[in-house]
Ligand binder design. Structure first.
Ligand SMILES: CC(C)(COP(=O)(O)OP(=O)(O)OC[C@H]1O[C@@H](n2cnc3c(N)ncnc32)[C@H](O)[C@@H]1OP(=O)(O)O)[C@@H](O)C(=O)NCCC(=O)NCCS
Length: 162
């Protein structure tokens, strides 16, 4: 299994169609939305402050996430922080280590993409035990008392890059 992380805009025309096939079961969609919502946020401007990222398995898109910085940061993040959104692995490819592979590559990926970034933050639904366990296993820590609460009742997590 060849695993590659690439920018959304670097997808071929065929891969651009295939990325739309990344699917989640309804239970997960209720917590995190779907690929269409994830792609929609990429129309935000300035485009320099948002990046769609695609995980290819043997050249076929099977995972997706979005990074934001600067003017597009949500209210619960500021400064030299990038935020992670809409991480999803296609339902038929979950439990194979692909989510872990995404997060394992993330620090290096962000450092090359946006070298000024010092930390990553995300918001996760408290019922999303799979995601919570995954983030914690990869070194993310829960933020106990955020100055500004995350959207809804989501928990915030932090990963320092340096
Ligand atoms: C969360 C998600 C990205 C994980 O991706 P994945 O490729 O399935 O995860 P991995 O196979 O890399 O597994 C990583 C860890 O997650 C946990 N995990 C994975 N599948 C699990 C399952 N079905 N039940 C419980 N824990 C599970 C395990 O702890 C696993 O670690 P281990 O291999 O040491 O046991 C994926 O389930 C997903 O896309 N979920 C829907 C979208 C979502 O919730 N995104 C997060 C938004 S904050």
């Amino acid at each position: 299994m060849k695993i590659t992380l690439i920018k959304y805009q670097a997808l071929s025309a065929l891969q651009g169609q295939q990325v739309l096939q990344i699917g989640l079961p309804d239970t997960q969609k209720k917590m995190v939305g779907d690929i269409h919502g994830g792609l929609h946020v990429l129309s935000a401007r300035p485009s320099s402050d948002i990046q769609g990222c695609v995980l290819l398995v043997d050249e076929v898109p099977r995972g997706f996430f979005v990074l934001k910085r600067r003017s597009l940061l949500p209210p619960w993040a500021q400064g030299r922080t990038a935020t992670l959104h809409a991480l999803m692995i296609d339902q038929h490819y979950q439990g194979l280590g692909l989510g872990k592979a995404c997060l394992h590559r993330l620090p290096q990926w962000v450092s090359e993409l946006w070298p000024e970034i010092e930390q990553l933050k995300l918001a996760v639904h408290p019922a999303n035990q799979t995601a919570l366990g995954l983030y914690q296993a990869l070194g993310w820590t829960l933020i106990d008392h955020p100055a500004t609460p995350a959207e809804g009742s989501e928990l915030q997590m932090l990963l320092r890059l340096r």
